[in-house]
Design a protein around this ligand. Structure first.
Ligand code: ZN
Length: 682
């Protein structure tokens, strides 16, 4: 028996890690996929068209697949091996194939459509209706419902787009790797911290030099030079190489030029959107997001820009004056900004993450985190050492409400070999009502990459790491505290892209409050909690140049969104002209003529952020505004906590996101709390 395929009942819902091996992955996925295909065929043949006869069996099949796949992808992320990598690649392609088939299944679409138009639909509960609505929406977005010739055009455009976006990212990669500069004398690199010099020296060795340093355009090389290197000419050279990557300008002009790719990607996207009856790609992007209309997003960005720009301008003048008075720098060039900003930051807020570490032993932070969420949401988190996990570093915890177990999570905190870097939350089990009437409880995987403990002593966390832990736990709560029973909109499932980061950023706030600091900090020697003076200093440092940071993000967001709204092949929209116009409106420092930022803006031209870059700011606004109710009513106010849990965390993706927010906040989101939190507005 394949241990990945034991039937899930509420009692045996957790993966049997002691029996699971890489060799089980492919047979398990193969079996589930083939049984799912058979099921769909049977459903269509039987003309099933009710919730119970159609949607529920489909959900069960998808959930079974998810329960197996979540284990496979988790192993791939935290226990990788050459063998697994091969299997994983094959399985990804099998899954993609399966989901493409599903999305293109016209008969299945018609069946869902009949259900949506039937008398039964009106009798279903809100989350069931949302499941059906989402399905129909996704079918339409995948081109179902088009006539045969449009369907053909649709799939050709899709194909073309995937070739173009791939070529875009290859150009960026090649251009990034296609420039290096060897530096013989370390004098030229004065100002760089030791760690950066070591990295550059090791890069030089890799390239066969027995001494010296090598500059590259990768971030770990680029950033330290721009931030610390005293040599202005060198910074300028590096800046120019970086900002002209994959373009018609700079040291490799024309070699990996993305100019044509950008034009073609944009005209293909507009054509795709029009085939699906949208006016433009920006509108198409919003079809599955919280933001209601193109005007709403633009209004949102402009409102932030109006408030942030004057502050950003002041920050820039202060920086210019500082560089002039202290270093005789007459005016700031684009390649000077990061450099003098760092000098000024050090002068004003000399505070290092290392200094803060003694206050944050990991056991204290965890206990504090669980206390914070207990106070806020009236839940209890308990370690369950008897539950098996996939690695000795990972531990299982259960979450209880009113004495009853409602969810669980695996916590895997430390970096190790064969584990992917970064921090994330992923679902392991989704809350849903099982066929026998019992509940499958939601289970989350929470993964970080903190420094492992040495000699059995507690690891000490930086404050950044503490914030990361709270962030991921916020995602986890969104998944675990849901009360929804339909898997497609339960927990984090079905939550719009521009809302996903709301619960995570929201919970970060408790890392910055005078009232919560004593819960989460205790000096590993003296037991003293983080002093208020230090917290104040951290807050001031957090606000440093936040206006400049904000307008930069707004520039990217506006460029992305306006381009996907306005681009027209027939009118020969010029990407650079559009970007220039936006910069004139919201930038504090216009970059040189040769700059080709757009040519390496992979987020929107080859990542998933097309007409969606605004989501970063959108979710920040939601999180800050939700938190502002706690500031008004008390950051540990029980009723406010219950209201947040009920209106936001419990509903998952089952409700229109704006309705959800309004139910909690009593009004639509306001940008003011974010501006206040960033220190931009008093
Ligand atoms: Zn996140």
């Amino acid at each position: 028996m394949n241990p990945l395929l034991t039937e899930v009942t509420s009692e045996t819902a957790l993966p049997l890690f002691d029996q699971i091996n890489v060799e089980h992955f492919e047979p398990a996925i193969d079996k589930v996929l083939s049984e799912n295909r058979q099921l769909i065929e049977n459903l269509l043949a039987s003309s099933a068209s009710t919730w119970d006869s159609l949607v529920y069996p489909m959900e069960s099949a998808e959930d079974r697949l998810n329960n197996v796949w979540s284990v496979v992808s988790h192993y791939n992320a935290v226990l990788n091996s050459d063998e697994l990598r091969e299997v994983y690649k094959r399985l990804i392609s099998k899954l993609t194939q399966y989901h493409t088939e599903l999305g293109q299944n016209e008969a299945l679409f018609q069946t869902y459509k009949r259900l949506a138009e039937s008398a039964e639909y009106a009798q279903l509960n809100g989350s069931q209706q949302k499941v059906i609505d989402n399905c129909l929406r996704d079918f339409k977005l995948s081109g179902i419902g088009l006539n045969e010739s449009d369907k053909q055009s649709y799939s050709e455009l899709k194909q073309a787009l995937s070739v173009l976006t791939n070529s875009f990212s290859e150009n960026v990669l090649d251009a990034t790797q296609g420039w290096t500069k060897y530096i013989e004398s370390a004098d030229e690199l004065k100002g760089l911290p030791e760690s950066a010099l070591q990295l550059l020296a090791s890069l030089a060795k890799e390239q066969g030099h027995d001494k010296g340093h090598l500059l590259t355009l990768d971030i770990p090389s680029y950033l330290p030079v721009m931030t610390y290197c005293e040599n202005s000419a060198l910074r300028e050279e590096l800046y120019k190489a970086y900002l002209t990557r994959a373009s018609d300008q700079g040291p490799n002009a024309g070699k990996w030029d993305n100019s044509e790719n950008i034009q073609k990607i944009m005209s293909t996207r507009q054509a795709l959107a029009k085939l699906l009856s949208f006016d433009n790609y920006a509108q198409r992007s919003l079809a599955s997001k919280m933001a209601g209309s193109v005007e709403e997003v633009m209004g949102f960005l402009e409102q932030l820009a109006d408030k942030a720009l004057p502050i950003a301008k002041n920050e820039f003048s202060a920086l210019s004056a500082y560089a002039k008075d202290n270093f005789g720098q007459a005016s700031l060039n684009a390649w000077d900004v990061a450099f003098y900003s760092e000098k000024l930051r050090q002068q004003r807020y000399d505070i290092s993450q290392e200094e803060l570490k003694p206050y944050f032993p990991v056991s204290v932070v965890l206990k504090g985190l669980f206390e914070v969420v207990a106070k806020l949401f009236d839940i209890e988190v308990k370690a369950r050492p008897e539950v098996q996990t996939c690695h000795a570093d990972a531990h299982y915890y259960s979450v209880y409400a009113g004495g009853q177990e409602i969810a669980g999570f695996y916590l895997d905190l430390y970096a190790r070999k064969n584990k992917r870097g970064g921090a994330w939350m992923a679902d392991c089990r989704t809350r849903r009502r099982l066929a026998d009437g019992s509940l499958q409880l939601p289970v989350a995987n929470l993964v970080c990459n903190f420094t492992p403990p040495v000699d059995g002593k507690d690891s000490l966390l930086t404050h950044n790491e503490v914030t990361t832990l709270f962030h991921e736990f916020g995602h986890g709560l969104h998944h675990m505290l849901t009360k929804i029973e339909a898997a497609d909109v339960s927990g984090i499932a079905g939550v719009p892209w521009d809302v996903v980061e709301l619960p995570s950023q929201f919970l970060e706030n408790w890392c910055w409050q005078e009232e919560s600091i004593p819960l989460i900090s205790s000096h590993f020697e003296s037991g003293e909690s983080l002093p208020k003076a230090l917290l104040d200093k951290m807050l001031a440092a957090k606000h440093y140049q936040s206006g400049m940071m904000m307008v930069r993000q707004l520039e990217f967001s506006m460029f992305d969104f306006q381009l996907h709204r306005d681009f027209s092949e027939s009118e020969q929209t010029d990407v650079l002209t559009l970007l220039d116009a936006i910069r004139k409106k919201v930038s504090v420092k216009i970059p040189p003529e040769y700059s080709r930022f757009s040519h390496s803006f992979s987020h929107i031209f080859s990542g998933g952020y097309a007409a969606g870059y605004y989501s970063y700011k959108w979710a920040e606004v939601l999180a800050a505004d939700a938190f502002s109710r706690f500031e008004e009513e008390g950051i540990f106010n029980k009723e406010t906590g219950q209201s947040y849990k009920r209106e936001i965390l419990e509903v998952g993706g089952s409700k229109d996101a704006m309705d959800m927010f309004v139910a909690f906040r009593g009004r639509k989101p306001s940008v003011d709390p974010l501006l206040k939190q960033a220190g931009i507005q008093p």
